[in-house]
Unconditional design. Sequence first.
Length: 227
Amino acid sequence: MTTLGINAYLALLEKYPHLTNNSDGELEIITDRELLYREQERLYRTADEKGRPRTWYDLGIVAQDQWTLVLRDLVRFPNGTCGGYLRKINRNSQLELSGKDVSVLVTIDGKVLLMKHFRHDDRAWHWECPRGFGEAGLSPEENALKEISEETGLTVLELTRINPENEQMAFFCAKCSGSCTNTDGTEVITEFVLADLDEVAEMIVRGKIDDPYTIRSLVLASLHSCL
């Protein structure tokens, strides 16, 4: 059995069927109970043979808290073999579908605002635009305004959605005014810079901007003539 049980995992998939979605030719997520049990035992034998902890091979729900679930699905690969595959799911935006993650390209007087932000995931500093997880009860626009307020303290003059409505993450361009300050005590943001497009391009080329959400925000804003 897995840490929290294959039965609990299958109950989760039954409650939230969109987590499985085996309709478009992607890696098939296996939900057959007996096959899951057999493959779990095979994976445990592999762990024993290699002298590794069995928990490295647990299938199902391997961790969860109020924000995130970590699943190790049993998937079928294109060559017909099966194996475990980890994925991390945000509880609000991906599980309950009760809020949308947001990324906001902020501009002031035609220049792009970038924040020096420490990310615990990779223990590194990144130059980014404001972004955040979806929150239950907030529309994408409300969540975008909240993130701008918390991370920059700026006044929003104009907010424009720049990606399709049906996407899981909402991207915005915001024209703002005011002075920058980080009012969210849980975010480590130490610097703000305003850069024109040539400076932004140079930062991307040199690897100073490597956050994919920020880069996509820049591309979308350019395509929508927001810059």
